[in-house]
Ligand binder design. Structure first.
Ligand code: ATP
Ligand code: MG
Ligand code: MG
Length: 548
């Protein structure tokens, strides 16, 4: 259909299967367990798992754990939780790059034996100098012509732990003049005397990304190795390893555009900074665009998948307006969020025509007609109610549809009230209450029409609840530019208020979605809520600024 967004990967796979170049599809999602997954990763997850599912193949979950100093089991667990939450399953095909260390080591010896790798003992600084620049060829390392025997001996001693970090590195012997800098004898194995969260102290040498990645893909029988555009120049190197080792059934790498959203930074390293510097409460802070943060904020997997679907898979990078994310979230939450009432900034209203002590239980449907769902609850109305302070203006503009002195407004599910007097604090002049009368003939829409309808809660029945109002963590559309990240933060990204909620909400359970009428979609915080004391996170406000 014309509305299906482009996905050139799908076309490649279709072609590969049609021509018989491939007889099956094996993809992988290969996160490094050095942080929590973010919404950018969701795109890679949807693509890798999605393509495997669509073509009857499998997608492996591979923890790319080749960097012992930054990785942790906490992150492995978070990654699994998040992939599952998004609705994908690796069907027992969970692997770790560290499972392949021995095999990768053997491949390293094999490269040396073929004269295609050598042990280099230049300092890091000299290595950089020798590499040259894009416009200038590099200079061969003085260690480049070491004999196979010498290289093997050094590699074995590296493995045994005879040398300190940085003393030697194994490099692929490719081409120091290649215009593609990635091919100028890249390092493939380095020394790191560090404890690895899985292999412990078994190893003190670790393969580097490109080497480990190509070999892990090959070992697992990956057919289509999908990664983001910044790895375009790495593809030649990827192919070089497979070629140099004469491996059959080679996987092939394809690059697609990263997902970028305005107001967000798609980098685990940057997210880690926000966590470590305590700009947020943790990786799952609802202001974070980590999968864990989005989940706790009340976003749904359907909405996140839908975003990825709409963005499509392209070959050029772009930045997607975060309003699209808000839009898909609203679209998804609307049919699953019962409409209820909660007043966030209360102003007391005394309905003087209402008998003292009288309570009427109004029938209040949970759903608007267009959702087409059944169900309602009783909402008590009494002589004293709270309305939103913002719904009253003493000197309103001409087009004001809410309450004003002498004016009328309808109480949602109830009666039309008229404001007859305004009570003020004598010293501060602040409005402390309104006096109103109600029209008994106007119940439930009966009688006549008034322009405005407002939400309200009976004072005697109100439940005090904590409400967390979230806004964007960054105040600037493209964060990460300023030297000091704090200058880009939005100082009002979290406002906590005591809301007055209708009684039915006292029993709201962690993980439930509701819409507070006129205020937004809210989610009962699954971490801090207690039985009888729900905490409501605002997932997203109601107003939609996304234009199609
Ligand atoms: P970060 O810079 O956030 O740490 P990364 O690419 O280093 O990201 P990995 O854990 O290596 O993180 O990522 C796993 C996979 O997710 C990779 O294949 C990577 O290309 C993909 N990925 C990461 N960020 C995005 C993004 N913004 N959009 C799409 N895919 C992404
Ligand atoms: Mg990475
Ligand atoms: Mg990274």
């Amino acid at each position: 259909a014309s509305s299906t967004p482009s996905n050139f990967i799908r076309e490649i796979i279709e072609e590969d299967l049609r021509t018989g170049r491939r007889d099956r599809v094996v993809t992988r999602f290969p996160p490094e367990p050095n942080g929590y997954l973010h919404i950018g990763h969701a795109k890679a997850i949807c693509l890798n798992f999605g393509m495997a599912r669509e073509f009857g193949g499998v997608c492996h979950l591979r923890l790319d754990d080749t960097n012992p100093t930054t990785e942790d089991i906490e992150f492995v667990e978070a990654i699994q939780r998040d992939v599952r939450w998004l609705g994908f399953d690796w069907a027992e095909k969970k692997f770790h790059a560290s499972d392949y260390y021995e095999q990768i080591y053997e491949f390293t010896e094999a490269l040396i034996l073929r004269g295609k790798a050598y042990v280099c003992s230049l300092s890091e600084e000299d290595t950089r100098k020798y590499r040259g620049t894009i416009s200038e060829a590099g200079t061969p390392s003085p260690y480049r012509e070491r004999t196979v025997e010498e290289n093997l001996d050094l590699l074995r001693r590296m493995r045994k732990g005879e040398f300190p970090d940085g003393a030697h590195v194994v490099r692929a012997k490719i081409d120091m003049a290649n215009p593609n800098m990635k091919l100028r004898d890249p390092p493939i194995v380095r020394i790191r005397h560090a404890h690895h969260f899985r292999t412990g102290d078994t190893w003190c040498i670790y393969p580097l990304y490109d080497f480990a990645h190509a070999l892990s893909d090959w070992i697992e029988g990956i057919t289509h190795s999908l990664c983001t555009l910044e790895f375009e120049n790495n593809r030649e190197l990827y192919d070089w390893f497979l070629e140099a080792l004469e491996l059959g059934n080679r996987p092939k790498q394809y690059e697609f555009a990263r997902l970028n959203l305005t107001y967000m930074l798609m980098s685990k390293r940057k997210l880690l900074q926000l966590v470590e510097k305590k700009f947020v409460s943790g990786w799952d802070d609802p202001r974070m665009w980590t999968i864990a943060g989005l989940r706790r904020r009340g976003y749904t997997p359907e909405a996140v998948r839908n975003l990825c679907e709409r963005v499509g898979v392209a070959k050029t990078n772009s930045v997607v307006d975060v309003a699209l994310l808000d839009h898909v979230v609203r679209e998804d939450l609307s049919p699953r969020s019962p409409r209820v009432m909660c007043v966030l900034n209360p102003l007391k209203v005394v309905i003087e025509s209402w008998a003292e002590g009288e309570v009427e239980q109004l029938d209040a449907p949970y759903w608007p007609a267009d959702i087409g769902k059944e169900g309602s609850r009783k909402v008590p109305l009494s002589r004293e109610i709270y309305i939103e302070r913002d719904d009253f203006m003493e000197n309103p503009p001409k087009d004001w549809h809410r309450l004003a002195p002498g004016g009328e407004v309808r109480l949602r599910h109830g009666y039309v009230i008229r404001c007859t007097a305004v009570e003020k604090d004598e010293t501060t002049g602040e409005i402390v209450a309104l006096r109103c009368t109600h029209d008994p003939a106007s119940r439930g829409g009966g009688g006549r029409k008034v322009k405005g309808t407002i939400h309200w809660v009976s004072v005697a029945h109100a439940q005090e609840v904590e409400v967390r109002l979230y806004d964007r963590l960054f105040a600037v559309e493209q964060p990460g530019v300023a030297e000091d990240i704090t200058t880009e933060l939005n100082s009002n990204s979290l406002v906590v208020v005591r809301g007055r909620a209708e009684p039915s909400l006292a029993e709201a359970k962690a993980g439930e979605h509701v819409q507070f009428e006129r205020l937004g979609f809210f989610f009962v915080d699954p971490v801090d809520s207690r039985d009888g004391a729900p905490i409501f996170n605002r997932t997203v406000a109601l107003k939609d600024s996304w234009s199609k």
